[in-house]
Each structure stands twice: as structure tokens, then as C-alpha cells.
Design a binder for this molecule. Structure first.
Ligand code: UDP
Ligand code: MG
Length: 305
């Protein structure tokens, strides 16, 4: 029986050693063989050399180092591909995913009643109001627009068995949105809650624009509903046109020049909007057809040296 811990790291020099100490303490309590797979996502600080130092001292550590920053999704994918344990858990390197939950997660999985244990934040701590509102709105919209149902506040902090890992890896898409993919593959999932933990050092890699793009991309990955909106918009325009024609027939010509201009702008805007949505999906199809690798590994350091 083995547990693989996948840890994506990007510029985490301030947290890596602390993370390692805290997590290892919990892992040792579990009575299970374990491996720690750190994925260095092209860090430009001292993260990689810190990891290499740890690797020299501890033979449970493997390091995958990317040639540049490919993003957390790619880092998680690389970690999952290398994770050979019967159980696999994904954890952030900043201790915002409390390691003390590992014990409960493992106990639940070992009963074989569940395939996956997911942790979600029941409080949002010192997070900005804007981020909280944005996040709430995201889950509402995503659950409304897509077929998959995501629990609000759910994180990537999950422990799963190999069947779930294999299913996730069988999804080869280029634009990965792991939170949605977990929901898509199904399996019996148990949810555990935890209080939000603030980052002790280092800083979040997410800007507001970055989060916005990620959310938009996540929704687009799981639905083509925005494309269908064009059909409704078209039907609505035809209906308005018909009603207006009837009014004109009854009342005579009542159109002023300015109404024509505003209608032109409105319809032009609608057409560009729909064209943009089509373009977004087309662009994604373009990226998918290129079949580029999700990441490039520059260095892989395993413990069986
Ligand atoms: N991360 C990564 N690649 C990136 C951005 C982030 O591997 O391009 C890692 C990061 O090192 C951390 C985890 O993903 O371990 C979560 O990132 P962060 O703490 O910045 O996100 P937040 O907790 O603010 O949502
Ligand atoms: Mg964090």
C-alpha cells in the first residue's frame, strides 16, 4: 500500500521547507509507505535548489522540474502521471491545504466505500470580499450552465484511488480544468470541510485577471451553451422584427433616424458578440488539434538513484 502526494510548486521558496516539515509529520503518522512528488512549475526563485537539498536527505522525494511555467493544471497532470501509489493526494505547497486532514482522508478511502475524498473551505478567512463574491458567482454560473455539479469552495485538495487517477488521465484535453474534471469523471466522493488557512509566506500566484480567465476557461471547457445563446438571440430578433412590422402596418411609418442608428448599433453588437463566442470555441479547437504536450520536463529526479 502506498500513498503518492503530488505538490505543484511555483516560486514557493518561502514555503517549501515548512510545507515539507509539516506534511512529513502528518505522513509519518499514517502507517503507510509514501512518496512526495514535487512538481517545480518553472520556478525562477530558489525553489528547485531547496527541493534538491531535500531530495538528497530524504529518499521519499521525487522532483519533476518543468522547462518553464506551464501553470498549476499542467503541474498537477505531470504529478498524477508519475504517481504510482494506490492512493494519490494533490496538495498546495503553501500549507493552505491543511495536512492534518490526510489522516481522515486515508481512513475514509481505506474503507473502500468512497473513491475520492475532497476538501472544501467552509470559511473564506481573510480573503477579499471581491474574491469571495466572484467565487460564489462562478460556482452559481458554472453549475447553472454546465451538466457537472461542483461543490462551492471545493479545492484541488483531494485524495483518490488509482481508478480516479486513471480516469482523469484518460481525459486528454489541452485546456484542463481539474475541478470540473473531478465532477465529470464521477465516482463516489466524500466531502470534508476545513477552515480557510491564510498563506504564511510567499504570495498567491493568482491575479484578478488570471482568476477571471481561469473561471471563463473552466466554464467554456464544459459547455457549449454560449453558442446556443446565439440561436435564442436570433429568434428574439426575428420576433421583435415581426412585431415591429405589424406596428408599422397598423400605425404607418413612425421611424426616426436616431432609432435606426441605435438599432444598427445594437444588432451589430449582438453579431460581434456571437462571433466572438464562436471564435473562442474555434480557437480552442485550434489548440486541441495541435496536440502540443501539456508541459516539458527539463529534469526528473527520482529517489532510486
Ligand atoms: N502553482 C503552480 N503553478 C502556477 C501557479 C501556482 O504550480 O503557475 C502552485 C503554487 O505553488 C501552489 C498552488 O499551485 O502550490 C496554489 O497556488 P496559490 O497558492 O498561488 O493559489 P491560491 O491558494 O491563492 O488559490
Ligand atoms: Mg494558496
Amino acid at each position: 500500500m502506498q500513498l503518492s502526494v503530488v505538490v505543484p510548486c511555483y516560486n514557493e521558496e518561502a514555503m517549501i521547507v515548512l510545507f515539507y516539515q509539516e506534511t512529513q509529520k502528518e505522513l509519518q503518522k499514517l502507517n503507510i509507505n509514501y512518496e512526495l512528488i514535487f512538481v517545480d512549475d518553472g520556478s525562477i526563485d530558489g525553489s528547485l535548489s531547496l527541493l534538491k537539498n531535500l531530495n538528497k536527505k530524504d529518499n521519499t522525494i521525487k522532483i519533476i522540474s518543468f522547462s518553464r511555467n506551464f501553470g498549476k493544471e499542467a503541474a498537477m497532470l505531470a504529478g498524477l502521471e508519475k504517481a504510482s501509489g494506490d492512493y494519490v493526494v494533490i496538495m498546495d505547497a503553501d500549507l493552505q491545504n491543511p495536512p492534518h486532514l490526510l489522516k481522515d482522508m486515508l481512513i475514509i478511502l481505506k474503507t473502500n466505500e468512497y473513491d475520492c475524498v475532497a476538501a472544501y473551505r467552509k470559511s473564506r478567512g481573510h480573503e477579499s470580499i471581491f474574491k469571495s463574491i466572484f467565487s460564489k458567482l462562478f460556482y452559481k454560473i458554472a453549475n447553472l450552465m454546465t451538466d457537472i455539479k461542483m461543490a462551492e469552495g471545493v479545492s484541488d485538495y483531494r485524495m483518490m484511488n488509482q481508478s480516479v487517477v486513471k480516469s482523469l488521465l484518460s481525459m486528454k484535453e489541452y485546456h484542463r480544468f481539474t475541478k470540473g474534471m473531478f465532477a465529470w469523471v464521477g465516482y463516489k466522493t466524500k466531502y470534508l470541510t476545513y477552515d480557510n488557512v491564510n498563506r504564511q509566506a510567499g504570495r498567491t500566484k493568482w491575479s484578478i485577471i488570471g482568476l477571471f480567465k481561469y473561471a471563463f476557461s473552466g466554464i467554456i471547457s464544459f459547455t457549449i451553451l454560449p453558442l446556443r445563446i446565439a440561436i435564442f438571440l436570433g429568434l428574439l430578433t426575428i420576433l421583435t422584427g415581426l412585431i415591429y412590422t405589424i406596428i408599422v402596418i397598423i400605425n404607418g411609418n413612425v421611424v426616426s433616424g436616431s432609432i435606426i442608428i441605435s438599432m444598427l448599433l445594437f444588432l451589430g453588437g449582438c453579431q460581434l458578440l456571437v462571433l466572438g463566442i464562436i471564435g473562442e470555441y474555434l480557437g480552442r479547437t485550434y489548440y486541441e488539434t495541435k496536440r502540443r504536450p501539456h508541459y516539458i520536463i527539463k529534469e526528473y529526479i527520482s529517489y532510486d538513484k
